[in-house]
Design a protein around this ligand. Sequence first.
Ligand code: ATP
Ligand code: MG
Length: 343
Amino acid sequence: MIEINNLTKVYHTSAQDITALENVTLSVNKGEIFGIIGLSGAGKSTLIRCINMLEKPTQGSIIVDGQDISLFNRHELRIARQKIGMIFQHFNLLSSRTVFDNILFPLEIARVPSSEARRKVNELLELVGLTDKATGYPSQLSGGQKQRVGIARALANDPKVLLSDEATSALDPETTRSILSLLKDINRNLNLTIVLITHDMNVIKQVCDRVAVIAESRIVEINDVLSIFSNPQTPTSQSFLNAIMNKDIPEGILQRRNTDTADTISKLIRVSFIGASAGEPLISSMVQKYEVKANILYGNIDHVKDTPFGNLTMELIGQPVLVNEAMDFLFENGLEIEVLQNV
Ligand SMILES: Nc1ncnc2c1ncn2[C@@H]1O[C@H](COP(=O)(O)OP(=O)(O)OP(=O)(O)O)[C@@H](O)[C@H]1O
Ligand SMILES: [Mg+2]
């Protein structure tokens, strides 16, 4: 649905040239929710604004639904943009217009006949659950309700693509969840392609199919969400993940560790798992099979869609040869093992 090829964007300012994007290539499939995550200043907004040509690329092509919109003139762009909706962190509603008239606005610009436009607005109000707020003004709405108006307005001209620039960043976690679930419903029911930028891995986890990680103007990793969560390949994605999966073991737990004796050792390991192979059944069969004790100290388990993944920190206590065999057993059964030294 969207093909971005070798996109480079340089901002020329009086002080200096700023390269906001460098050689970005990615494609977004029809009907998917594609996340873009990166730190502040990485180039996310620039990238999403190039997709609807609010920013003109310095180099590269942007193909949306088979057409290279970077070659379009102003008139062609105006038409093309009607099929690319956008929602924003600060909603960007018109404060002097009612909720109804905010949603009507893009239909007026597209010169949709009045009765048809009004019917469409009512339909959209129902879709986003705001029928009873139609005559209210933006200042009378909560943040979540304002974003629902923003979403309805973005959908007014039946876009093929919806772009979301930090649309939930100004909202509390509960409201964020409800907005994300609305986006997911819209994606499913209307088969709408969504490109969503965020700096929050939880947002990616809740709704995205695939994700691109952007760091210092470049894409450093693109993968499906489960792969990024279970096996991040770059320091940037690892640090985003660590922000929501705490891997640091609390001090008090370490102090309760067993120490080695004459014929047993105690090895501190972290096992990472993904999918149904996960966790307890394997550890209990390991304990039965190899006369070792497994003392689970700490763990994180999470889900992406319905697949569990996570890590457990434990000490294995027993004769050295058995401890090693037990670790081999876990490894052979698909768990990833890291021996934690210097702790
Ligand atoms: N209009 C502009 N003129 C000059 N420089 C700009 C302009 N817009 C963005 N930049 C610069 O381009 C770089 C990328 O900015 P961008 O807004 O795309 O980052 P971002 O990833 O969206 O950050 P944030 O998470 O803070 O929104 C930054 O260094 C920024 O200062
Ligand atoms: Mg931004």
